[in-house]
Design a binder for this molecule. Structure first.
Ligand code: ATP
Length: 491
């Protein structure tokens, strides 16, 4: 029996096709040929994403006495984005190739070229390229950047030429108007990050929830960025969801809390079943306009190690700027040291959609068994039971002899605790295969023996092993597998 599970490395193609075929992710408004970089989540995708967000929320709010939640609006006062620096600095350098007419982010072209050189062993040259690009971007020398692309022979992947237009800065915020009459209308932005809703509510939360520093505010919500190049499925979208936590601390304690949250967040990803070798830290060379130190947690996607979450030491940049622009004090009185100060912030910022994509890539398995003419392939999604869209399928072996009635009763008993599927037609093999494709960890088969001794078989998704258990034990067995306590006891 051959099992090549461990050496699997699937391309995006299989995963995207599977996600669509089995109800996880559809292109947005597909009947009109879709909308670039926007996606909809189908029935199993919506469950998986909700479970993921719930686990993040529980890990933040339940496991940390000093972290509380918030649900701020997407629209905010336009000055918010002046204070945060997004109006002036939230830009990407954009460049077009005159031959292929394709548009790129100039920094991504350089980074991809550097990654290629690194892979060929030219690490030093690759580092030089990235440093020089960062120097040009910091100096806002866009003419220099264009020349640099040409001098270094960084070509368009489509046309193969260096026939580049001027590099232009492109602001990533979407804008619209509030107000019904055009003359009265004010420009308003769709938030490009959820964090600012937390900053402007810092004192509201601190006072009303009686928080003492250090404390955190966590939030999950939509964010919008007019990305220049949308690529790689749900990796880079124009509408996406963030799970962010701002941790407010005493100035001077930022290094210690930065290390603390780096460690906790890395452990969280591992606790979801992502192997350590597929995760890594990547320190930022070029810091965002708000950051004093920043690191990405990267996952090894089929297209390489890429960011899934950022940990940023944001100093008092945001609160300080909001204080200056709003003329409202953003200070905290620290009774332990008898001082007023604007707190420093360490943030953890994860993308729900990117983590979802990671779970799909990590979970997608094709297992080949048998030899010669007898080769069979089994495809399944190996999700942690707590994340799996459906926890168990109740499957009477045949649709007669009173088995469906027992199955229905089991379903009724368990449905308050778990998301279940009941199915009593087609062969049991076909029904198992269907559950594998959506990642259901337990298939519960009801057979003739059930009528005699009230036992059923549990068929385990990953090992395909079968186990005989009492109906009365089912709830406890599934509860243990999906228990948050079991997942996070190491955290
Ligand atoms: P990138 O360098 O990939 O553009 P970023 O550094 O701009 O990402 P942050 O501003 O740190 O990203 O945002 C925090 C998290 O939000 C990212 O780690 C990512 O998971 C998610 N995210 C950011 N932009 C997008 C997007 N366009 N689509 C999906 N998720 C995103």
């Amino acid at each position: 029996m051959a099992n090549n599970d461990s050496q699997q490395d699937f391309g995006i193609k299989e995963i995207v096709a599977h996600a669509k075929e089995y109800g996880f992710v559809y292109p947005s408004s597909e009947i009109y040929d879709g909308l670039q970089a926007v996606y909809d989540y189908g029935p199993y995708g919506a469950e998986l994403k909700k479970n993921l967000k719930d686990l993040w929320w529980q890990a933040m709010i339940k496991l940390n006495e000093n972290v509380v939640g918030l649900d701020a609006a997407i629209f905010m006062h336009p000055l918010t984005w002046k204070a945060s620096g997004h109006i002036d600095s939230f830009n990407d350098p954009m460049v077009d190739n005159k031959d292929s007419k394709k548009r790129y982010r100039a920094d991504v072209l350089v980074e991809d070229h550097a990654a290629l050189l690194s892979a060929q062993g030219q690490t030093e040259k690759a580092q030089q390229l990235v440093s020089e690009m960062n120097r040009l971007l910091d100096a806002n020398d866009l003419t220099g950047l264009r020349q640099f692309l040409m001098d270094e022979k960084i070509v368009c992947p489509v046309s193969g030429t260096t026939n580049w237009t001027d590099v232009r800065q492109f602001n990533l915020m979407f804008s619209t108007q509030v107000g019904s009459v055009a003359e009265d209308a004010n420009v308003i932005y769709l938030r490009p990050e959820t964090a600012q809703g937390i900053f402007v509510n810092f004192l509201n939360v601190q006072k009303t929830a009686r928080m003492k520093i250090p404390f955190g505010i966590a939030q999950i919500g939509k964010a919008f960025r007019n990305e220049i190049v949308a690529r790689q499925f749900i990796f880079r979208m124009r509408e996406f969801e963030q799970m962010e936590m701002q941790f407010f601390i005493r100035p001077g304690e930022e290094s210690q809390w930065y290390e603390y949250w780096k460690d906790v967040r890395m452990k969280w990803h591992k606790a979801l079943g992502i192997p350590a070798e597929n995760l890594q830290f990547h320190d930022h060379e070029k810091l965002a306009h708000y950051a004093a130190a920043a690191v990405d947690i990267e996952y090894k996607f089929p297209f390489g190690f890429k960011e899934i979450e950022g940990i940023h030491s944001r100093t008092d940049f945001d609160l300080g700027n909001h204080q200056s622009l709003s003329k409202k004090k953003m200070q905290y009185f620290d009774p332990q040291i008898n001082q007023n100060y604007v707190p420093y912030v360490v943030e953890t910022s994860a993308g729900a959609d990117r983590l979802f994509f990671m779970l799909l890539c990590n979970g997608y398995k094709e297992e080949t068994t048998g030899e010669g003419d007898d080769v069979k392939t089994r495809t399944y999604l190996k999700f942690h039971p707590a994340l799996a869209p459906v926890k168990a399928a109740i499957l009477p072996l045949v649709k007669k002899d009173g088995l469906p009635e027992i199955g229905r009763k089991v379903f009724e008993d368990l449905k308050y605790d778990f998301n279940l599927i009941y199915e009593d037609s087609q062969s049991i093999g076909k029904r198992y295969a269907r559950q594998d494709l959506i990642g259901t960890p337990f298939c519960i088969a009801i057979d003739h023996q059930t009528k005699e001794d009230e036992t059923v078989t549990i068929r385990h998704r990953d090992s395909m092993e079968q186990e005989r258990v009492k109906i009365a034990e089912l709830k406890d067995k599934i509860s243990q597998a999906v228990s948050i306590k079991n997942i996070f006891k190491e955290l």
